[in-house]
Ligand binder design. Structure first.
Ligand code: UDP
Length: 340
C-alpha cells in the first residue's frame, strides 16, 4: 500500500492514476482545500483529512500496511506566499513535520517529496543541475527547501530514506482526458492561454518583454505531468527494493526552454485560434530563464521524458475542451471508496 498525500491535486492525481494502472494499492489523504475529489482514481481509497493532524495520519498507518509515502500536498502560489508567508510555513513546513514524525513513529521510512525549481531562485547557471546553489527568493521556495533540509536531517538521525524531486514547469494532462489541471485561481501560463482561447478570458497578459532572452519573454522548461508521474514510479521502485540507503535529489524537466511567446504561438497552432495579447509589467520574482538538467535521474533511474511541448499542449487542450469548467461540471464518473 502506498500513501499519497495530496492525491487529489494536479500532480498527485496523475501519480495516483499511474500507480493504479500498474497495480499498486493506493490510499489518498487530502483535505480537498485545493484538490478535487473527482480527480482521485476510483480504485484508490480516499481519506479526507489533514497531513498536519496527527490523528488523521495515525489512523491511516493503523489501518493500512503503508510501505512508502509520497507527499504532494502544499500551497504553491508564489505571489500568495509573499503576502501570507505564515500560511506557507504552516501548511508546507509544519504540517509536513507532523506527517514525518508520525511516519517515523510507525516505522515507515520511505518518503518521496515534491519539491520545486523555486528552490534555486535566480540561478547563476543554465541548465540547472542539482549542484546549482539553492537560494529561494520567495517563501514558497523557502518552505520547500526547509522541508528538504528536515528530510535530510531525518535521514541522518532516523535512517529515513528519501527521494526529493524538484519539478520544473508541470503541464499537460493524462491522455485519457479524464483528469487535468484545475487550479483556482489559475496562474500558470498554459492553462491560462488555453482558457483564453476557449473564450473564458478576454486576453492573455505577457508579464515582461524586456528580459535578456531571444524574444524578451521568460523561458521555462515545461514537463508533462505523466512524465513526472513516471519519475515517481521509478523512484518508488528503487526505494521499495532498497536496503535503507536511498538519499536522492533529482531535477525533473525536459531540458528544453520555451519562451512565453513560443507557448502562445504553439497554443494558437494547436487550437487553430488567435490570441489577444496584452503586454504587462514583469511579475515580481520571475527569473528570466529556468531550464533543468535531468541527467542524474536519467542516468541513475533510467527516466526519460516522452512528451514534447506539442504533446503537452495537445493533452492540455484535450482536457480543457472537454472540461471547460474543470471538475466543477462533472468529469470522472465512478464510485469511490470514501472514508472520512
Ligand atoms: N506568464 C505570463 N502570463 C500569464 C502567466 C504566466 O506571461 O498569464 C509567464 C510568467 O511570467 C513566467 C511563465 O509565463 O515567465 C511561466 O509562468 P507560470 O506561472 O506558468 O510558471 P512559473 O515558471 O512561474 O512556475
Amino acid at each position: 500500500m502506498i500513501l499519497v498525500v495530496g492525491g487529489a491535486g494536479y500532480i498527485g492525481s496523475h501519480v495516483v492514476k499511474e500507480l493504479i494502472r500498474r497495480g499498486n494499492e493506493v490510499v489518498v489523504l487530502d483535505n480537498l482545500t485545493t484538490g478535487h475529489k473527482q480527480a482521485i482514481d476510483k480504485e484508490a481509497i480516499f481519506i479526507k483529512g489533514n497531513l498536519g493532524n496527527k490523528q488523521d495520519v495515525s489512523l491511516i498507518f493503523e489501518k493500512y500496511p503503508v510501505k512508502a509515502v509520497m507527499h504532494f500536498a502544499a500551497n504553491s502560489l508564489v505571489s500568495e506566499s509573499v503576502v501570507n508567508p505564515l500560511k506557507y510555513y504552516l501548511n508546507n513546513v509544519v504540517a509536513t513535520f507532523t506527517l514525518l514524525e508520525t511516519m517515523l513513529e510507525y516505522g515507515i521510512k520511505k518518503f518521496i517529496f515534491s519539491s520545486t525549481a523555486a528552490t534555486y531562485g535566480i540561478p547563476e547557471q543554465i541548465p540547472i543541475t542539482e549542484m546549482t546553489p539553492t537560494k529561494p527568493i520567495n517563501p514558497y521556495g523557502q518552505s520547500k527547501l526547509m522541508v528538504e533540509q528536515i528530510v535530510k536531517d531525518c535521514a541522518i538521525a532516523y535512517s529515513l530514506e528519501y527521494t526529493i524531486l524538484r519539478y520544473f514547469n508541470a503541464a499537460g494532462a493524462d491522455e485519457t482526458g479524464t483528469i487535468g489541471e484545475n487550479h483556482n485561481p489559475e496562474t500558470h501560463l498554459i492553462p491560462i492561454v488555453l482558457q483564453h482561447l476557449q473564450g473564458q478570458r478576454k486576453r492573455i497578459s505577457i508579464f515582461g518583454t524586456d528580459y535578456s532572452t531571444y524574444d524578451g519573454t521568460c523561458i521555462r522548461d515545461y514537463i508533462h505531468v505523466t512524465d513526472l508521474a513516471k519519475a515517481h514510479i521509478l523512484a518508488l521502485d528503487a526505494m521499495l527494493i532498497s536496503k535503507g540507503n536511498i538519499h536522492r535529489t533529482y531535477n525533473l524537466g525536459n531540458g528544453q526552454g520555451y519562451s512565453v511567446r513560443d507557448i502562445i504561438r504553439k497554443c494558437e497552432e494547436i487550437t487553430g485560434r488567435k490570441a489577444n495579447i496584452h503586454y504587462a509589467e514583469r511579475r515580481t520574482g520571475d527569473p528570466a530563464i529556468l531550464i533543468a538538467s535531468s541527467a542524474n535521474i536519467e542516468r541513475e533511474l533510467g527516466w526519460q521524458p516522452s512528451y514534447r511541448l506539442e504533446d503537452i499542449i495537445k493533452t492540455a487542450w484535450n482536457w480543457h475542451k472537454n472540461h471547460p469548467h474543470g471538475y466543477e461540471k462533472g468529469s470522472v464518473r465512478g464510485s469511490y471508496t470514501y472514508e472520512s
